[in-house]
Design a protein around this ligand. Structure first.
Ligand code: ZN
Ligand code: ZN
Length: 414
């Protein structure tokens, strides 16, 4: 760990050569050509090309479309920097000159911004390699949006095939007047479980319900009953969100279907609360099916479990201090933990500290134009991640590279 003021000074030095127009070109190209989870072929190739040109040893196809770039630069710690690469099935409605050219697909979560930050940081650090020693590992992760990309990279041996990290860093664009960094020591993102439920009824003619067990009615009771789990079973000091995001049953008015399918999303920040929520979901679904006299027990499958993201408090404090030195004390805030989820933490081998922070990216003109005084009021009114109108301010390109460079330099030997 190096002295924060010195790290900030050095970061300014080595990023002073970054060319905003070049970064904007790279960013706009990614934005025009978004690719869905595990299909980030063009994106991965663009990233690999830039890293190779900067002198990194690059391995492609790690965990599907993942990219790993390694720069061995003498003795010292190993620092990993990570960006995600996938876009979303959202039709873009920003009207930007560099809007998506792919029908129904959009970089609506800012992963194109994350990649540009990663490339810029990689290039700046490589160009200044005589000023630090250690090893840098750059990770372009596929499929952050529900595709299990980090898990795929781990399964493909990212922890064994590449130098093991001493620290891992990542950052995410969020709404808020561009120019703030939100640092939260400890838990910053929730865990997320997707749960599939199949209710087995007994199908038949819509005119003769007495000869059927209507799974649609049972599923409707389940949906209603689930609304009471958070309000009646979870203490006020704890937090959880349970959303039924999909309800599929039936085909036409005069047929009682044989089954109904539900998809649930569960977010929690604490393992005990998570276990309690899962138990309640199982109990309610099974109980309602029993009450209805379903001919077979329901199927309840927990899919795509995302862990909680828990920053190492000491590392977060260290990086927040460096960021204060770099951008001023007012630029570093703490929005507190979010209910969103990330698979970033899976990339850190057990026991390895990591730090993840948010970078606000709403263009100041957009932020200032929406009504509200409090941050919370305004945040709800500007386009947020996953919105077809999400349009981060390209002015955050260079600062977002500086945040990564300074985090890396804080841990490398300088
Ligand atoms: Zn997202
Ligand atoms: Zn995202």
């Amino acid at each position: 760990m190096s002295e924060p003021a010195a790290v900030a000074r050095r970061t300014r030095d080595i990023t002073s050569g970054l060319d905003p127009a070049d970064l904007e070109g790279f960013y706009q190209d990614l934005h025009r050509h978004p690719e869905l989870a595990f299909a980030e072929h063009r994106t991965a190739a663009r990233l690999a090309m830039r890293l190779r040109a900067a002198g990194y040893e690059v391995t492609e196809g790690v965990g599907g479309t993942g990219v790993v770039g390694v720069l061995r630069n003498g003795d010292g710690p190993v620092v990993w920097l990570r960006a995600d690469m996938d876009a979303l099935p959202v039709p873009e409605a920003t009207g930007l000159e560099y809007a998506s050219t792919v029908d129904g697909v959009m970089h609506a979560c800012g992963h194109d911004l994350h990649l540009t930050w990663l490339v810029a940081a990689a290039e700046a650090l490589a160009a200044a390699r005589e000023t630090w020693s250690g090893t840098l590992v750059l990770v372009g992760q596929p499929a952050e949006e529900h595709g299990g990309g980090a898990a795929a990279m781990v399964a493909d041996g990212i922890h064994e095939r590449f130098p093991r990290p001493d620290a891992l860093f990542g950052q995410h664009a969020v709404p808020g007047r561009a120019g703030l960094l939100s640092h939260t020591p400890g838990p910053i993102m929730s865990s997320c479980d997707d749960i599939e439920v199949v209710v087995h009824g007994l199908g038949g003619h819509g005119s003769r319900p007495e000869s059927t067990v209507d799974p649609l009615v049972t599923a409707a009771y389940i949906v209603t009953r689930l609304q009471s789990v958070v309000s009646r079973e979870i203490a006020a000091k704890d937090s959880a969100v349970l959303t039924v995001g999909r309800f599929h049953a039936g085909s036409q008015a005069n047929i009682i279907p044989a089954e109904a399918r539900l998809a649930l999303s569960l977010r929690t920040r604490d393992a005990v609360v998570r276990a309690r929520m899962l138990t309640a979901v199982r109990r309610i679904v099974t109980g309602e099916c029993q009450t209805a006299g379903c001919p077979a027990p329901p199927e309840i499958t927990v899919l795509d479990a995302y862990p909680t993201t828990v920053n190492d408090a000491a590392l977060d404090a260290e990086i927040a201090t460096v960021h204060r030195e770099l951008f001023g004390a007012d630029a570093v805030v703490d929005f507190g933990p979010a209910m969103g989820s990330e698979d970033f933490s899976l990339l850190a081998p057990p026991g390895v500290p990591y730090d993840y922070w948010f970078v606000t990216s709403t263009p100041p003109a957009v932020w200032d134009a929406v009504p509200g005084v409090e941050l919370a009021e305004k945040i709800g009114r500007v386009p947020s991640n996953h919105s077809p109108l999400f349009a981060p301010d390209p002015a955050v390109l260079v600062p977002g590279a500086r945040t990564l460079v300074s985090a890396a330099l804080s841990r490398l030997t300088v």
